[in-house]
Design a protein around this ligand. Structure first.
Ligand SMILES: [Zn+2]
Length: 458
């Protein structure tokens, strides 16, 4: 942790947080030497900039930090790895950053994936007063950074078994229960689609299940796509397409991240987290294009392309989730390239049967600076995934509307009366921004948490 909870700010350097407007208001009241110094180094309160102010003894006396807005979840994220190593606190001068956002943005800005390559330097420390809001900020950041670690860890060290171990650790830490169905036991317990996709890998496929909560609380089901590496299978990907495929378990990582937030903040729900974890590999027993797989639900899936494996493993997991009749199912999956073509890296696609839920979540996402965008479950396109020899194909008839086709495919495994959100996300930053380095990312979790709190905590 790079945030320390303490009432005393002794020996900590003050940070004065300003935006352009508050800088202009404050500048005339500053000592002339300070004003001149800030003019010399060009500090005007621009977002994600800072200026160090030395004292007469040449030691650091004060920091000025520019923000887009003091309420922004990444307000202070540019600072922890840029300021000299040491202790800081937020000054009473300038804008007041709420403690939740201060803790969250500081921890997110301290993040670095350092499993193999050590940090060149420690991040700076922020001293914040203890309290519920500070703790909430830290809880969110901890879950987000853990999600990033899972995605960033290469497939060699994050196979189905290691993903299961990660889920087990999370379960243990929060007093939840963990179980898994591994390898050929998937057939015995009727998860044939998960088995078919994962059977060619030397590392056994599995269904991971984490449960938590008190009986009597409403059941919430989180389903995360856990394809630990996606070679594409026999429909093998090209080099460029395969390069980042360690992140194809990003849905599972995000589901565990959301579960961690829910359990840490003790939301009054019962949780069931389901992760179909497989490696989509190639060997003599790999599933093939043209195969027909009978799914858990009984629907026959024709394989149009072995690289559309995510929806196949999710089919069994969603069917199993629905058998428990939860209040709500949320699935998170790095499902289609088409969703990225439509919306890019920063905007996960949201699918829901209810237009008002879609609008509510889009608004909430904008408010939380953790956006997602509503796309349609356009029923007429069902015709494009119909199979002549089975019930449904895992690819569309043509190259159009790929993200919708995938969502419509999943819809077959979610009963009509079942409340369900499907989120097709990237789980990756392809471009560095303060607090968001290139690499694995948690997306929509803060938004979903607030949605769940509004729905279940009141
Ligand atoms: Zn694939």
């Amino acid at each position: 942790m790079h945030v320390h909870l303490k009432k005393s700010v002794a020996h900590a350097t003050p940070i004065v947080v300003l935006d352009r407007a508050s800088f202009q208001a404050l500048a005339p009241k500053m000592p002339k030497a300070t004003r001149n110094w800030l003019a010399t180094v060009g500090f005007v309160g621009a977002p994600d900039t800072y200026a160090l102010l030395p004292g007469d003894d040449g030691k650091l006396k004060k920091v000025f930090a520019g923000v887009h807005s003091a309420q922004h979840p990444f307000a202070l994220s540019a600072l922890p790895q840029a300021l000299p190593v040491g202790k800081y606190h937020l000054s009473d001068e300038g804008l007041s950053v709420p403690t939740e956002q201060a803790a969250l943005s500081w921890e997110l800005g301290s993040y670095l994936f350092d499993l193999y390559k050590p940090r060149k330097r420690e991040a700076a420390t922020l001293v914040l007063p203890p309290g519920l809001n500070t703790e909430r900020g830290l809880a969110l950041a901890t879950a987000i950074n853990a999600t990033r670690d899972l995605v960033n860890t290469p497939a060699e060290h994050m196979g189905p078994e290691e993903l299961a171990q990660a889920a087990e650790l999370v379960a243990k830490h929060h007093g939840g229960k963990f179980k898994q169905i591994v390898g050929d036991a998937l057939l015995k317990h009727n998860f044939p689609a998960i088995h078919a996709v994962g059977r060619a890998a030397s590392r056994a496929p599995r269904l991971i299940e984490l449960t938590w909560g008190k009986p009597g609380h409403p059941l919430l089901s989180l389903v995360g796509k856990g394809v630990c590496f996606d070679s594409g299978g026999l429909d093998i990907k090209g080099a460029d397409g395969m390069r980042q495929m360690k992140k194809d378990m990003g849905g599972a990582a995000n589901a565990l991240g959301l579960a961690t937030m829910i359990m840490t903040l003790k939301l009054p729900v019962r949780l069931q987290v389901l992760i179909p974890a497989v490696e989509n590999a190639i060997s003599g027993n790999a599933y093939r294009p043209g195969d027909v797989i009978k799914s858990r639900k009984g629907l026959h899936i024709e394989i149009g392309n072995t690289d559309a494996e995510g929806r196949v493993v999710l089919a069994d997991a969603l069917a199993y989730a629905a058998e428990h009749k939860p209040e709500l199912i949320i699935d998170l999956a790095t499902l289609t390239g088409a969703a990225r073509v439509a919306l890019g890296a920063q905007l996960p696609a949201l699918f829901t049967r209810f237009m008002d839920t879609g609008r509510e979540l889009v608004d909430l996402g904008l408010k939380q600076d953790d956006p997602l965008w509503h796309m349609p479950l356009w029923a007429p396109y069902q015709e494009g995934i119909a199979s002549s020899i089975g019930d449904i194909v895992n690819t569309g008839r043509n190259a159009l509307a790929g993200a919708i086709n995938a969502a419509l495919f999943l819809e077959h495994f979610v009963p009509q009366q079942q409340d369900w959100l499907h989120i097709d996300l990237f789980a990756w930053n392809d471009q560095a921004r303060p607090g968001r380095p290139v690499g694995g990312e948690a997306q929509t979790l803060r938004t979903l948490l607030v949605y769940l709190e509004e729905r279940f905590a009141n």
